[in-house]
Ligand binder design. Structure first.
Ligand SMILES: Cc1cc2nc3c(=O)[nH]c(=O)nc-3n(C[C@H](O)[C@H](O)[C@H](O)COP(=O)(O)OP(=O)(O)OC[C@H]3O[C@@H](n4cnc5c(N)ncnc54)[C@H](O)[C@@H]3O)c2cc1C
Length: 381
């Protein structure tokens, strides 16, 4: 058993640390949180720094790394910028993986090199107002008319839709009596006629808008079906193929966020004086910090172990769901402990702790809620 990162993995992690120090210093996210303005050049900067292509084959401009590499990047980005990590998750981890694993040769050649150079952005539209956890009950339809499909329906929470070039859209194309043979995924140009996109005001991360997307007779050709026409009605299988990437990277982003909270709480507790001494001298505060550090150690090894299993080609859906469940719930717990250590200052908008708590909630839903992870884990028992 090896519990050390390889020299290459350590170098990659350092690269991500250097990128964050230069492009996402601590107050970067605070100003995005306050302004809600999308940082237009951040994704391109990640590309220029060589962070986007790590896990993709060289023929598309990547460097042929594996899932552990993207886990390390997601962890570091999340420790510094919520916007950066969600942009990375949606584009690289979700869109990049689904195109690489399920796209046709021509789609891979067309989209992946530009995605990895930071020239194209994607968003992913599965959730609908009446279909969240129960993804099979979506209603957005794509109906063949002549040689084109007309898409109609409404998607909800599509993150990055206003700033993306393509919206990867999950639709119903077959009879809903057999949901495993009813879905098809289309790569829809975001400028298509009949699309209207409206950001949903949300608790955190407004600089990377999550949107309601309405489709009114949006016309796309058969070449827009993910994987090509032979994948018509097989979208559910394509979704299953990418769930692992999304969930493990959400776990990694929780780990990065928790690490930052612990570091800031420790520094604060050493500095803040009450009753004539720094509050870190009180055993109650020491215990809270010790609990946080122990929780983070468990988060790290669950995440790294699941990533290692995936890169070793082992069956690991259960372990990935466990890591996602544990890390998201624990991040939320750690953020609440952080608020307590900061006392009233945690509640002040002048400190970052309130933002960390707000941000921590998304991981409880992204990639499926905690209850859904438990449902999946229970099936393996
Ligand atoms: C900020 C943000 C960004 C998002 N970005 C995207 C995106 O880019 N693309 C996208 O497609 N979606 C996105 N989502 C949607 C996200 O994936 C869903 O919120 C999530 O799948 C849960 O669906 P829901 O919100 O409709 O909750 P619901 O499914 O309505 O669930 C409500 C509650 O019921 C529980 N529940 C539901 N079914 C069961 C069950 N079978 N057993 C036990 N409990 C159950 C849930 O766990 C939850 O507690 C985003 C969400 C947010 C908040």
């Amino acid at each position: 058993m090896f519990f050390e990162l390889s020299a290459e993995q350590q170098a990659l992690r350092q690269k991500a640390i250097d990128f964050c120090a230069r492009e996402c210093p601590p107050d970067f996210e605070t100003s995005l949180d306050q302004s809600g303005v999308f940082p237009g050049d951040l994704y391109r900067k990640m590309a220029d720094y060589g962070l986007l292509g790590i896990s993709f084959p060289a023929e598309y401009g990547g460097t042929s790394g594996d899932i552990m590499d993207i886990v390390l990047i997601a962890e570091q980005l999340a420790g510094n910028s919520f916007t950066a990590v969600y942009m990375y998750l949606v584009n690289v981890v979700f869109a990049g993986s689904i195109i690489l694993n399920c796209g046709s040769d021509s789609q891979k050649k067309e989209f992946l090199p530009k995605l990895l150079k930071g020239e194209l952005q994607f968003s992913f539209a599965l959730t609908e107002p009446e279909a969240g956890s129960d993804a099979r009950s979506i209603k957005t339809s794509a109906k063949l008319q002549g040689d084109r499909f007309l898409i109609n329906g409404t998607k909800y929470w599509t993150s990055g839709a206003t700033v993306s070039d393509y919206i990867i859209t999950v639709t119903i194309t077959g009879p809903q009596t057999d949901s495993s043979k009813a879905m098809s995924i289309f790569i829809v140009p975001a400028g298509s006629q009949g699309l209207s996109i409206t950001p949903i005001p949300k608790l955190a991360g407004n600089a990377y808008p999550s949107c309601e997307v309405k489709y009114r007779d949006v016309s796309v050709g058969q070449e827009h079906i993910l994987g090509g026409p032979e994948w018509l009605n097989n979208g559910l299988l394509q979704l299953f193929r990418t769930a692992e990437y999304e969930r493990i990277c959400v776990a990694a982003s929780c780990l990065g966020g928790a690490d930052t909270i612990l570091r800031e709480c420790t520094a604060f507790a050493k500095n803040r004086q009450q009753f004539g001494k720094p509050i870190i001298k009180f055993q109650a505060i020491q215990h809270a910090l010790a609990d946080m550090a122990t929780q983070i150690e468990a988060m790290r090894w669950m995440t790294y172990h699941a990533a290692w299993m995936k890169s070793a080609g082992k069956d690991c859906f259960k372990e990935i769901c466990m890591a996602k469940l544990f890390c998201s719930e624990t991040l939320n717990d750690i953020a609440r402990k952080g608020m307590q250590i900061f006392g009233g200052r945690g509640y002040s908008m002048e400190y970052r702790m309130q933002r960390y708590l707000r941000e921590s909630y998304l991981s409880l839903y992204a990639g499926g809620t905690s209850e859904i992870q438990k449902n999946v884990i229970a099936r393996f028992l």
